[in-house]
Design a protein around this ligand. Structure first.
Ligand code: AR6
Length: 203
């Protein structure tokens, strides 16, 4: 069977996109990194990230909103995980959330020490690793540590963007991941927009 390109097109098969090797660095430029202003509990994605505490139990801020929206099954699931170290990440189902899974990570309580930045970067990196281990391809991050835990917002946003971009660079050839930053405050939107522009260009 010898089909011409035209025959293939008539069959709905178009190979014209396959001329070049797929370049995943372009996925970033195409908007694989997104920014939204809103409530993270309303977003459907493979997973959303929770800015939790070491006990993994309910608290205030985004953690409280996630527990409220996901329902009591989440409290039960978190109890059985028996806590989480700072900078580490653990996973549960999304229960009543539109998101399939929740990745719980614990940001540093800002102290001004050098260790803070490393621990905050670990939150992003370990959450992404855990998402990939679970075959998840979209992830939504809140601004970890920048509320009750007091991390300065500019520095935290830069760590968030730089770490996720580094992670993508280390994984993109074999693992496409859609990364969304969900901010809850307008000033954070402007902050992330500026940093994303600076680091990714006009994506
Ligand atoms: N959707 C998206 N982002 C939100 C939402 C929401 N519904 N609500 C708040 N934010 P915080 P932390 C943003 O304090 O600093 C809890 O008690 C908010 O604008 O939630 O890591 C835990 O149990 C801010 O930018 O988390 C811990 O004890 C960001 O979420 C502690 O707070 C993070 O603020 C963790 O503190």
């Amino acid at each position: 069977l010898d089909l011409s390109d035209e025959d293939l097109r008539e069959l709905g098969i178009d190979f014209s996109d396959l001329d070049d090797e797929e370049d995943f660095s372009d996925v970033t430029a195409d908007g694989a990194v997104d920014l939204v202003l809103g409530d993270i509990t309303e977003l459907s994605a493979d997973c959303i990230v929770n800015a939790a505490n070491n006990t993994l139990m309910d608290g205030g801020g985004v953690n409280g909103a996630i527990h409220q929206a996901a329902g009591p099954e989440l409290d039960e699931a978190c109890r059985s995980l028996r806590g989480c170290g700072t900078g580490k990440a653990k996973i549960t189902d999304g229960f009543r959330l539109p998101a399939k899974k929740i990745i719980h990570t614990v940001g540093p309580i800002y102290s001004g020490s050098e260790e803070d930045a490393k621990l905050l970067a670990d939150c992003y990196w370990n959450s992404l690793d855990l998402a990939a281990e679970n075959d998840l391809h979209s992830i939504v991050f809140p601004c970890i540590s920048t509320g009750i835990f007091g991390y300065p917002k500019d520095a935290a946003a830069r760590i968030a963007v730089e770490t996720t971009v580094d992670w993508m660079d280390s994984r993109v050839t074999d693992y496409p991941m859609k990364i969304v930053f969900c901010v809850h405050e307008e000033d954070d939107y402007d902050r992330y927009e500026a940093i994303l522009d600076e680091i990714l260009g006009d994506a």
